[in-house]
Design a protein around this ligand. Structure first.
Ligand SMILES: Nc1ncnc2c1ncn2[C@@H]1O[C@H](COP(=O)(O)OP(=O)(O)OP(=O)(O)O)[C@@H](O)[C@H]1O
Ligand SMILES: [Mg+2]
Length: 183
């Protein structure tokens, strides 16, 4: 079976500092991979390279057979590559449901689609279903700013799921969580 995500010789230097050096791996459809290393090893940088936040110094990234090494980061989510962030990036003054609905932007034609009543209700139903699946139905109308860290970490994952990704990149999804939250 051919790989869904294939990374070859991925290298990133910041000035003279080699942060990621010759990293290669491939991920099959339905597979799971973990990237393990001490603080500063370059894990988040690998994610940023996969998402196109930084241009690569060398190497290639292929997604479902296509070379996406130079693809703009905003387009990568549209082809099916979604992520969560090590440092939570939610809109603190929007509700949980609103934050989660923002995750489907890659599938709808931009933020304006959210405002269309028909489309809006479809995304709202999907957001509600995904929140319920994560045990978050009871916080759907709360402001993110008022919620504890463990719940905000989960909301980031639900938001990434709203993009209907084929590959989901989770950057330290369990950092700072207790064992119950991690499970
Ligand atoms: N934009 C940047 N410019 C210069 N150096 C950077 C940049 N981003 C990361 N680095 C450096 O690259 C190295 C790897 O950082 P990175 O955040 O990828 O590590 P990490 O494995 O995710 O660490 P942690 O476990 O702390 O999250 C660090 O030395 C960091 O200071
Ligand atoms: Mg990191």
């Amino acid at each position: 079976m051919s790989a869904l995500l294939e990374v070859n010789g991925l290298t990133k230097r910041f000035g003279g500092l080699a942060v990621v050096e010759d990293v290669s791996f491939s991920l099959a459809q339905g597979g799971r991979l973990a990237l393990i290393g001490p603080n500063g090893a370059g894990k988040t940088t690998v994610f940023n390279l996969l998402c196109g936040v930084y241009p690569v110094t060398a190497g290639s990234v292929r997604f479902d057979g296509a070379d996406i090494t130079a693809m703009a980061s905003r387009r990568r989510i549209g082809v099916g590559l979604a992520r969560s962030f090590q440092n939570i990036r939610l809109m603190p003054h929007l509700s949980v449901a609103e934050n989660v609905m923002l995750g489907q932007q890659a599938r709808a034609s931009g933020v304006l689609a959210l405002l269309s009543p028909l489309r809006g209700s479809r995304w709202r139903r999907e957001a509600d279903a995904r929140l319920a699946a994560f045990g978050l139905a009871d916080v759907r109308d709360r402001l993110v700013a008022d919620l504890p860290y463990g719940i905000r970490k989960k909301i980031e994952i639900v938001r990434a799921m709203m993009a209907a990704p084929r590959v989901l990149l989770l950057d330290e999804p369990a950092a700072g969580l207790n064992s119950r939250e991690t499970a």
